[in-house]
Design a protein around this ligand. Structure first.
Ligand SMILES: *Cc1c(COP(=O)(O)O)cnc(C)c1O
Length: 347
């Protein structure tokens, strides 16, 4: 087989959800936007539904339609981007709950679908999505009188527990929602770990479900094994790869593996990440190509048929560090060429 093998442990996703749920006294939803952080929204959500998840969040109405088809009627599907022009049929037919982000979205939704449930997203300081305090103050009575299901906001710095913006956003969200009678949600994965005052009635983790920081106690979800196409001996003075950025002063053995930046192995990790042969780290040697990696396997007595780039010794966050990015980007960049193998019942 000429492509990498991506092993996705859905039971670990379910266990991570349960572990995050156990950290709060409130309901825990699941964020499955971007195709379940790249791992397949239908499989992830079905496994989570079996674990007891009743509320889901996606980025767009289109994702909500896909999720509804996977889950069937029943679970609540909330849409972060709210009610965009053209979303009306999808929201109605798939029974989605848009998080209304502006006065314009509120007007659009209430006019088009007056009986359809909605949530409200408030901006508590991130300045990305959500109504500003003044918009909300003007609309609050009206919106509270309709089928309002949820009020939410999002923290900009929850992965940095000491950051003063966490307390500032908590104060802003609390002030804006004081006295409301519907559930409130402020926290994603990071906010869950900040403590109970951030939990309100509903938490909505994403990255922690998939094994990423800041949930450092997460069970690993992924193993990515890459086939070795060819092994060669390289003599002192020779170089490896584009730009000749890796050289050797001793005789070396180089393995060439079948995956590259077109498969989400970001070019910046060249010369920095490791491949693993069991417990032995083998450093990347030279730049990442589109379809190929070159690895220094000199210390191995025997080169195995596959080397792992994700697994127990190297998480998505480790790989992200090598590429100067975050685990979220590694997950959502995992390419379509891998053979995907799912552990745990996804039916
Ligand atoms: C992506 C997202 C989440 C989930 O965040 P994680 O850090 O992945 O847990 C929650 N809420 C909003 C608004 C988001 O955009």
């Amino acid at each position: 087989m000429g492509t990498g093998l991506l092993d996705i442990d859905l039971d670990a996703v379910a266990a991570n959800w349960a572990a995050l749920d156990a950290k709060t006294a409130v309901e825990t939803a699941a964020v499955v936007k971007a195709d379940g952080y790249g791992l397949d929204i239908a499989k992830v959500a079905r496994r989570l539904a079996r674990a007891g998840v009743r509320r889901y969040f996606v980025a767009t109405a289109e994702e909500g339609v896909t999720l509804r088809a996977a889950l069937g009627a029943g679970p609540e599907i909330n849409v972060f981007s709210g009610h965009m022009a053209g979303d009306c049929d999808m929201i109605r037919d798939a029974g989605l709950i848009p998080m209304l982000n502006s006065a314009e979205q509120a007007r659009r939704h209430r006019q088009a679908l007056p009986d359809a449930a909605y949530g409200v997203q408030l901006d508590s300081g991130m300045n990305r999505l959500g109504m500003e305090p003044a918009d909300w103050a003007a609309l609050r009575d009206d919106l509270e009188a309709g089928p309002l299901a949820l009020i939410m906001s999002h923290l900009a710095c929850s992965d940095a527990p000491g950051h003063p913006q966490n307390a500032a956003q908590l104060a802003s969200f609390s002030a804006m929602t004081d006295g409301v009678s519907v559930p409130r949600s402020l926290s994603a994965t990071g906010g869950i770990l900040l403590g109970p005052e951030f939990h309100f009635e509903l938490c909505r983790p994403g990255i922690g479900l998939y094994g990423g920081a800041p949930f450092v106690d997460a069970r690993p979800v992924l193993r990515l094994s890459l086939p070795v196409i060819q092994v060669r001996d390289v003599a002192p003075g020779e170089t490896v790869g584009y730009g000749a950025t890796w050289g050797t002063e001793r005789p070396a053995r180089i393995a060439t593996l079948a995956a590259g930046y077109a498969d989400g192995l970001i070019r910046k990790m060249g010369n920095r990440a490791n491949l693993w042969a069991g417990n032995i780290a083998c450093p990347l040697a030279g730049r990442v190509s589109m379809d190929l990696l070159t690895v220094d396997v000199s210390q191995l007595d025997e080169v195995p048929e596959h080397l792992d780039i994700l697994g127990p010794h190297q998480s998505v966050d480790d790989v992200a560090d090598a590429a100067e990015t975050i685990g979220y980007e590694i997950l959502t960049s995992l390419g379509s060429r891998y053979t995907r193998q799912y552990r745990g019942d996804a039916s």
